[in-house]
Design a protein around this ligand. Structure first.
Ligand code: 5GP
Ligand code: ZN
Length: 282
C-alpha cells in the first residue's frame, strides 16, 4: 500500500532532531565537510511539513566524495548516486542510524542544487506571508492526494516555481541587494516589512527612499494580495516626517515605468523635503 502523506504543523523539535543528526555526522566527517545545512521545509520556522529532516552535507569539491562515501558508510549510510539530480548525491540508511527520519544529501560547495536549497530556505525564513501560503498549499495537497506522492508534488509545484522566480528577481535587483546588506546603504529606518535609506544622488536636502522588503517591481503590480505593505509604508513615511521635523511640507513620489522616470525596478517611494516643489510636477 502507498505510504500516507502526513503534513504536520511546524514543530520546533525538528531543529533539535537536525542538531542531533548533524552532531553525529560532524564527529565522523570532521574537516571533510565545510558545513552541514538544515534545508527543506522542517528548516523554516512556522512552516507545516512532512516530518522528515532534509540535510545537505557540504563538501569543498567532488574530489572529497569518495572519502565521504566511505566515512558515511561506516555510520550506516549507503550511497545511492544522484537519483537524476546532478550536483546532489543521495544516501539511504540502515538500522545502525538511530535518529529521526531524514534525507541525507552530499553537495559540493559550488553545486547549483545546493544553491537552490539554501535560496529557497532563506527566502521562506524571511517571508512570513509565503510561509503561511506554502503551509496552506501543502495541507491542501495532502488532503487531495493523501496516498499519491506525485499528485502531492504536482499540486504544490507552481507555488515553489513562483518562489524560485522571485528569488532570481531578488538576486538581480539592486534594492533587494541593499536590503540583504550586499550593497551598502545609509539606513534611516527598518522594520519587518520595509526599509528606508538615503538616496545616493539626492534631489532635495531630504531625499529618502522607502521600499517594501518583498520584491514588487512597480506600482502597477499592486494587487489586493500585496497592497497592505503600501499602507504600512505611508504610515512609516508619516512617522519619519514627524521625526525629521518636516513641518514645511514634503512630497512623496513614485515613478511607474521607464517613461515616467523609473530607473530601479523595485517599487520605491521618494520622500523629498527641504526645498520648494513646483506644480504641476515634473
Ligand atoms: P527612480 O528613478 O527609479 O524613481 O529612482 C531610483 C532612485 O534610486 C534614484 O533617485 C537614484 O538616485 C537612487 N539610487 C540608484 N542606485 C542607488 C544606490 O545604489 N543606492 C542608493 N542609496 N540610491 C540609489
Ligand atoms: Zn527587489
Amino acid at each position: 500500500m502507498a505510504r500516507r502523506i502526513t503534513v504536520l504543523p511546524y514543530d520546533p523539535a525538528w531543529v533539535r532532531s537536525f542538531e542531533d543528526i548533524k552532531a553525529r555526522l560532524l564527529t565522523a566527517l570532521g574537516s571533510l565537510c565545510t558545513s552541514i545545512e538544515h534545508v527543506g521545509s522542517t528548516a523554516v520556522p512556522g512552516l507545516s511539513a512532512k516530518p522528515i529532516i532534509d540535510i545537505d552535507v557540504v563538501i569543498p569539491d567532488r574530489s572529497a566524495l569518495g572519502e565521504v562515501i566511505s566515512t558515511l558508510g561506516q555510520l550506516g549510510y549507503r550511497h545511492e548516486g544522484d537519483l537524476g539530480i546532478p550536483g546532489r548525491e543521495a544516501f539511504a540508511y540502515d538500522s545502525r542510524v538511530p535518529l529521526p527520519e531524514h534525507h541525507l544529501y552530499v553537495c559540493a560547495e559550488d553545486s547549483e542544487e545546493l544553491g537552490r536549497h539554501l535560496a529557497f530556505r532563506d527566502y521562506l525564513r524571511t517571508h512570513p506571508a509565503a510561509v503561511s501560503g506554502y503551509s496552506r498549499i501543502k495541507t491542501e495537497a495532502a488532503g487531495l492526494y493523501p496516498e499519491d506522492i506525485d499528485g502531492y508534488i504536482r499540486h504544490k509545484a507552481p507555488f515553489i516555481e513562483n518562489i524560485y522566480k522571485e528569488v532570481i528577481q531578488m538576486n538581480d535587483c539592486l534594492f533587494c541587494r541593499i536590503i540583504k546588506g550586499e550593497i551598502p546603504s545609509d539606513k534611516v529606518y527598518e522594520d519587518e516589512l520595509c526599509y528606508a535609506f538615503k538616496d545616493i544622488a539626492p534631489t532635495a536636502p531630504t531625499h529618502i527612499l522607502v521600499i517594501p522588503k518583498k520584491h514588487i517591481s512597480k506600482l502597477d503590480e499592486i494587487t489586493p494580495e500585496n497592497s497592505a505593505v503600501i499602507a504600512h509604508i505611508y504610515e512609516v513615511i508619516a512617522k519619519l516626517a514627524k521625526e525629521l521635523d518636516l513641518k514645511d511640507g514634503f512630497r512623496v513620489v513614485t515613478n511607474c515605468g521607464e517613461s515616467a522616470g523609473q530607473s530601479v525596478f523595485h517599487i520605491h517611494f521618494h520622500l523629498l523635503a527641504g526645498r520648494p516643489f513646483g506644480w504641476p510636477a515634473g
